[in-house]
Design a protein around this ligand. Structure first.
Ligand code: 2P0
Length: 323
């Protein structure tokens, strides 16, 4: 019996310029580039043990046995690359305060990519890790890096990966997550984005305008310009959600409480406080702001939301091996 194991930690990331549509479902190649901020507060720890005595892959999440189908498909890529056929035991723990509904496939597949490749004896570069993580879930491509990262869309498996834009974020920026609903979404990201690509008449305009947003957002990050970055992120998120409303059949991830949080952020801005929102494939609202303003923003949000619905998160690190 031979056993090879490794453990890795990856943090989740929130896209400020979104990925919402694939040009290749199999390879997970996105229609447009995207840009994200990796957060310190939400992460996944994963241990992979290749064990020659196993007859099939096994997967546990937070000590609960799960179906290993998706994990197995991903491990097949690692087995191909390392030219072996051994099955593995995979154990993951999601560290998300209060089961906040922010657990993400981004941190999951980034951690799995590093743990599985190391356990299989592959010593992949971060670019190769990013390409591998992409095959599990698009947003995982960016979680290889800390701070701000850009996913270059590419045209083949080889040139679609993330690059670091600013791994050490040395200016005052954070996110406050407003937890509105902890339940599973009805339409997965995968289904949602497929539907908008196929049916939204606005889709070509989305791709074109997002490419322009991305260039401007990169300049805003270089200039540490929170106002410009926030404006771009908020408008890009609204355009993504407008695609969903314009699909056939239409759908939306917003809940009434999402709109309440969005209005409060807009109201804070009329009082001169710099804060902007973004939403992903779910109702939770994430508020981009500076730490110096976070107290007043939280106090305003607490006029409606309970203190445990608000979670502050700061820029976090890239994927790393752990003991
Ligand atoms: C993003 N999201 O850029 C976008 C914005 C959610 C909204 O990437 O099909 O779980 O596994 O590639 O990565 C969520 O989609 O989808 C996502 P797949 P994924 O973060």
């Amino acid at each position: 019996m031979t056993i090879h194991q490794a453990s890795a930690r990856a943090h989740t990331n929130i896209a400020l310029i979104k990925y919402w549509g694939k040009k290749d479902q199999q390879l997970i190649l996105p229609m447009n580039g995207s840009l994200s901020l990796t957060l310190d507060h939400f992460y996944t720890d994963t241990t992979v043990v290749f064990d020659s005595s196993l007859k099939a892959d096994q997967f546990w999440l937070d000590d609960q046995r799960q179906s290993a189908t998706k994990i197995s498909r991903f491990l097949d890529l690692v087995r191909q690359r390392s030219e072996q056929k051994t099955f593995a035991k995979v154990k993951s723990y999601n560290h998300v305060p209060n089961a906040a509904g922010l657990a993400s496939s981004a941190s999951a597949f980034a951690a799995l990519a590093l743990a599985a490749s190391q356990a299989a004896g592959l010593n992949l570069s971060r670019q190769a890790l990013s390409r591998l993580a992409r095959r599990g879930s698009g947003s995982a491509t960016r979680s290889i890096y800390g701070g701000f990262a850009e996913w270059l869309p590419g045209t083949t498996d080889k040139d679609s990966y993330a690059i670091p834009l600013q791994e050490k974020v040395d200016w005052d920026i954070e996110m406050i997550a407003v937890i509105i609903n902890r339940q599973q979404k009805k339409i997965s990201s995968r289904q949602g984005m497929e539907r908008v690509v196929e049916t939204s008449p606005y889709y070509p305009a989305w791709v074109k305008s997002t490419q322009a947003d991305l260039l401007k957002a990169k300049k805003a990050i270089q200039a540490h310009d929170l106002i410009l970055l926030g404006e771009l992120a908020e408008s890009n998120a609204l355009r993504m959600h407008a695609l969903n409303l314009s699909a056939r059949p239409p759908f939306s991830y917003f809940e009434p409480q999402s709109l309440v949080a969005m209005r409060l952020v807009e109201k804070l801005r009329t009082r001169g406080i710099c804060c902007y929102y973004t939403l992903d494939a779910g109702p939770n609202v994430k508020v981009l702001c500076a730490h110096k303003d976070s107290q007043i923003i939280k106090e305003t949000l607490q006029s409606v939301f309970a203190p445990d619905q608000l979670i502050e998160a700061f820029p976090g690190p890239g994927v790393q091996l752990i003991n």
